[in-house]
Design a binder for this molecule. Structure first.
Ligand code: FAD
Length: 527
């Protein structure tokens, strides 16, 4: 079991990528899953519950891809009601299941769909009719009630519907799936990139993995390989000579320093830019845009997208454009709808048995979909894989409750000093998170604890965190410096995209502390 094995192990970085020195290499498994996003993590959990031996291989770290760069909305289905009632129903059903089995990652915020004066009234009428027909629990409420629920809402709201949307933390969700699986004997390899698919006369027989820390490559034999590489699924399929038409839709999100709304606010109009405001723990996220891009690598928010979000956000919540935005980030949607792209493309998903479609046996791809439907995607993929292996055990992920991402320690009387005042994170909580992580990488720590997520973006907590992790033996001296460099570069990149007056001052202060006082000069080259 590799979980927990990294304690007292230096954090390293190779080729600009946080990697895991894999001391405990695995050479054989029944099923090898490529991609540590929600889909891959869900498949690992599902197969493990069926008693199937499985390994999850992730090139970077858990939630590195689209799952870690999304809005965090557990859809109720409302957004897809008019265009695709099947996807709407799937979202609603999964929303209800996840509330039971993944409650620790979900905040039941509820949601509103609001129709604004000037938006298409026919669309609102169509939406209301579709809601009735779908027999989903969407209820029209008085505008006054909606404004009481969300006082910042525009005065132009003319109709409002209450829907069972919720906020979901994608990082926690993924960690819960992986933790549950690993505690039952599955394996996770992070910092391990699949570079080649092995084949024999029966089809795909395994993979060649590159350890991103050491640069060494080695083989893992597998009876079945599942490609759950999200927007990179086309690249992975190409390793088997298969062409998969994945369209890349970049979406940019703005993060506010404060939580501005209690429930999810959706603008009731055909899906467009800046029409969802999601409350996420101590902040709110406004998004998104949808821009066709050529590659899933390194998506960056553009100034044009940021301006669009600010302008349109203002229509939904007046004053939004003058609130403090702490950072902007972007993710890439893996859209699988041959012939369609952008917002026209389906948010449905496909599980492809390449033995049937391309004559490449023992190889499956899971493409498209949403975070909200990750469990269903995993179930469908695991059904096919189990049948292929002759395993009759049914799916249990609808009923088995996932373990929490971390064991709560604050309830046990945590009197340790605060490390991050913005997010009220204690030393004890940080160390507990480090203990649970396979490798203490900044992204993994930052995401699992919300360290440096607040208004100061790490100015006053990251050096204290690095020092604590060094003192407690989770990071070497060099590892602690690398931790700082990498974590700060990530924070500053997001801040740099939204430099207004307040953010510029904050960034200048942070750079004064780290570049001048601590002399982290080389960081300048990484921004
Ligand atoms: C801006 C934006 C907002 C969104 N908001 C929402 C939302 O609010 N609600 C919702 O339900 N959905 C939302 N989505 C959609 C949702 O985020 C994605 O559909 C989902 O997260 C995809 O998960 P995944 O596991 O399939 O892919 P990913 O999360 O991208 O995971 C794929 C993983 O594969 C790894 N990988 C790639 N190649 C290799 C290789 N060769 N070897 C090993 N590993 C490899 C990558 O590093 C990556 O970690 C949003 C998407 C975007 C872009």
């Amino acid at each position: 079991m590799l979980w927990n094995k990294a304690k007292k192990q230096a954090w390293h970085r190779g080729h600009g990528t946080p990697g895991t020195p894999q001391k405990h290499r695995i050479h054989r498994t029944q099923v090898l899953i490529i991609g540590g996003g929600a889909t891959g993590a869900g498949i690992l959990w599902d197969l493990t519950l069926r008693g199937i031996d499985a390994v999850l291989v992730e090139a970077r770290e858990l939630a590195y891809g689209t799952s870690g760069r999304c809005h965090g909305l557990l859809h109720s289905g409302g957004r897809y009601l008019v265009k695709d009632s099947e996807v709407a129903r799937e979202c609603y059903d999964e929303n209800q299941i996840l509330r039971r089995v993944a409650a620790a990652a979900i905040e039941d915020t509820g949601g509103l769909f609001v129709y604004l004066k000037g938006d298409d009234p026919d669309y609102a009428a169509q939406w209301a009719a579709a809601a009735k027909k779908a027999d989903l629990p969407y209820e029209e409420i008085d505008v006054a009630e909606a404004r009481q629920m969300e006082p910042l809402l525009s005065g132009n709201v003319q109709r409002a519907f209450r829907v069972p949307d919720a906020a979901i933390d994608p990082f926690e969700l993924i960690v819960m799936n992986v933790r549950g699986a690993v505690e039952r004997g599955a394996h996770l390899l992070t910092g391990s990139r699949v570079e080649k698919l092995l084949t024999d006369s029966r089809g795909v027989s395994g993979v060649v993995v590159k350890d991103m820390h050491s640069g060494e490559s080695y083989s893992i034999e597998a009876e079945v390989v599942v490609n759950a590489a999200g927007p990179w699924a086309g690249q992975v399929a190409a390793l088997a000579g298969i062409s998969l038409e994945i369209a890349y839709g970049k979406g940019t999100l703005l993060v506010y320093t404060q939580r501005l709304n209690k429930c999810v606010i959706n603008r009731l109009r055909p899906p467009g830019d800046a029409d969802i405001l999601v409350p996420a723990k101590s902040v709110s996220l406004l998004g998104t845009t949808d821009v066709a891009v050529q590659t899933p690598d390194n998506p960056r928010p553009s100034q044009e997208e940021i301006n669009t979000l600010l302008k349109l956000g203002e229509e939904l919540v007046p004053g939004l454009s003058s609130r403090r935005v702490v950072r902007a980030f972007a993710g890439v949607r893996p859209l699988y709808d041959p012939g369609e792209s952008g917002r026209g493309a389906s948010r449905g998903f496909a599980v492809i048995d390449h033995g049937k479609t391309h004559g490449v046996a023992n190889f499956y791809s899971v493409v498209g979909g949403k975070l909200t439907t990750y469990r269903l995607m995993a179930e469908r993929a695991a059904d096919l894989v189990a049948a292929h292996l002759g395993v009759s055990a049914p799916c249990r992920t609808r009923d088995v409750v996932l373990p929490p991402p971390l064991d709560a320690c604050s309830q046990g009387g945590d009197s340790s000093p605060l490390i991050c005042e913005c997010e009220m994170l204690s030393e004890k909580e940080l160390l507990q998170a480090a203990e649970k992580l396979q490798t203490v990488t900044p992204e993994a720590l930052v995401r699992s604890t919300r360290l440096a997520h607040g208004p100061c973006q790490g100015t006053s907590c990251l050096y204290r965190a690095a020092l604590l992790l060094y003192r407690e033996g989770y990071l070497s001296y060099e590892g602690a410096l690398e931790f700082l460099r990498y974590a700060l570069a990530g924070r500053w990149r997001g801040m740099g995209a939204v430099l207004d007056d307040a953010q510029a001052k904050q960034l200048e202060l942070a750079q004064g502390v780290y570049l001048e006082t601590f002399g982290l000069e080389t960081l300048k080259n990484e921004l």
